[in-house]
Design a binder for this molecule. Structure first.
Ligand code: HEM
Length: 453
């Protein structure tokens, strides 16, 4: 007799609308949950065009077209007006995320070495020390009853981002950093209609509120920097601040100005914590829904001292992280505005067209993935065929690919392995549906039962 074939887990996703949404519903979906705006066609076709007001919005799935936008002709595409309006208050305009042209190239050349693989051992020490502290707190909380693991991983990843950047100052500044980042997420992160239609230079009332927020946030980062800049530069860098302070553009030898350094720190703090928090949240949720897979991970990490040295042995944990990033990509869209006209295959792109490359859609596209909605970490095991490069884009691609990808993957694998090594994790509530606003978050915060192994 044949062994029974395990049915694959189909994790929660919002229903696909049966018909193309009318304009009002489409705009509402962008503001409230972008994952509800794509119909079946989006998961099957190469290119989908939608016109609204005087704008053309194009969803691009074809690998060649994505390659052209993100790699070959990347200089013709800039961040969309909505991304600039929303992100500027928290990242400033001189950081890596929002700068363009030569200013961006200088930023990228100067910042990338601070996040390169050879720096990971130093950064990983912050990851593991912070995780060990927080998991002790988690064990104490879990003894009292079910816990809110979304809050736990949000606290943990911000603490890791903070300590990796300002190892010395987090004790003093952790609370205000947390408060302002939460205020930003609640008050300013949802795109409004004006954000999508108006160029970033046109003033709006909301823009004024955002500007006032930006003043408070940047003052806080300035204060943290002031204490540190008063000290001499150490011989051995202790954290990202030390690395970025000493960094020089390898082509021009130029250092960051104080404002550039401040915007860079703000950018890396923002870009580097919520994305990793939701990755960990969804990975834990998937493992709570698939207890056999959870046991595999527990077996893999049993008895290991979890440091960067054991990373190469955490192969299955890494596959679970990769599969989580496929099913719940934190950056669910990568949007660009065409500066000048272009041609993508048979399709003419007029200037000012907004191009949407959506990892959420691509990662579930029916032509690129077998059983696209199923949770199957085997896809990412070393002996499995590699997914097509442009069908799997959790970190983007081309010159603007995520500069923190190595750090994010190191963190996600080490933290997930540490949690599953110590605890058996079960969901007490129904799993939440994903909601995409700035990142792919859970629509509610479920409680988990955590039992020490
Ligand atoms: C799982 C975690 C993460 C995900 C899924 C993610 C995803 C992405 C994606 C898709 C992009 C490209 C956006 C585009 O082309 O428009 C990006 C860019 C970027 N990411 Fe990440 N990221 C993560 C973690 C991090 C971390 C830990 C840091 C910093 C320590 C970081 C810093 C940045 C920066 C600065 C950029 C802009 C790069 C540039 O424009 O040159 N990210 N990220």
């Amino acid at each position: 007799m044949n062994a029974p074939v395990a049915t694959p887990l189909i994790p929660p996703r919002p229903p696909i609308p049966p018909h193309e949404l009318p304009l009002w519903a489409f705009l509402r979906a962008i503001r409230t949950n972008a994952l509800t705006m794509w119909t079946d066609r989006a998961y099957e076709e190469d290119v989908l065009v939608r016109h609204f007001f005087n704008r053309t919005n194009v969803l691009v799935n074809a690998p060649d077209a994505i390659h052209r936008v993100l790699v070959d002709n990347h200089a013709n595409y800039r961040r969309s007006p909505a991304s600039i309006r929303i992100l500027k208050p928290i990242t400033g305009e001189n950081g890596l995320l929002l700068s363009e042209g030569e200013a961006w190239r200088h930023q990228r050349r100067t910042t990338a070495p601070a996040l390169a693989p050879r720096v990971m051992p130093m950064l990983a020490r912050h990851i593991t020390a912070t995780t060990n502290d927080e998991l002790q707190t988690l064990a104490a909380k879990a003894a009292q009853g079910p816990v809110n693991l979304l809050q736990t991983v949000q606290f943990l990843t911000l603490e890791i981002a903070g300590r990796s950047m300002f190892s010395l100052e987090m004790q003093h500044y952790g609370a205000p950093l947390r408060e302002l980042l939460t205020e930003f997420a609640i008050r300013f992160s949802q795109p409004k209609l004006f954000d999508m239609l108006l160029p970033p230079s046109v003033p709006t009332f909301r823009g004024l509120l955002r500007w006032r927020f930006q003043q408070r946030w940047m003052r806080l980062i300035d204060n943290i920097m002031r204490d540190r800049l008063a000290e001499p530069e150490p011989e051995n860098p202790r954290d990202l601040f030390d690395l970025l302070r000493a960094a020089r553009d390898p082509e021009t030898g130029e250092r960051f100005s104080r404002v550039q350094l401040r915007d860079q720190l703000a950018t890396l703090l923002l870009a580097g914590h919520e994305t990793t928090a939701v990755t960990l949240f969804w990975a834990i949720t998937l493992l709570a829904l698939d207890l056999t897979e959870q046991q595999r991970l527990a077996d893999e990490s049993r008895g290991l001292d979890i440091t960067i040295d054991v990373l190469p042995r955490l192969v299955r944990t890494r596959a679970v992280v990769n599969e989580t990033l496929r099913l719940y990509p934190p950056a669910f869209v990568i949007a660009r505005e065409a500066i000048g006209p272009d041609r993508l295959g048979d399709f003419d792109v007029p200037a000012r067209t907004v191009l949407v490359i959506a990892p959420w859609v691509l990662h579930r596209h029916r032509h690129y993935w077998r059983d696209p909605d199923a949770f199957d970490p085997d896809r990412f095991m070393p002996d499995a065929p590699q997914p097509s490069r442009f069908a799997y884009l959790p970190f983007g691609a081309g010159p603007r690919v995520c500069v923190g990808a190595q750090f994010a993957l190191t963190e996600a694998v080490l933290v997930l392995a540490s949690i599953i090594q110590r605890f058996r994790v079960e969901l007490v509530d129904e799993p939440p549906l994903p909601v995409a606003i700035v990142t792919t978050q859970p629509g509610r915060q479920p409680m988990f039962r955590i039992v020490a192994r």
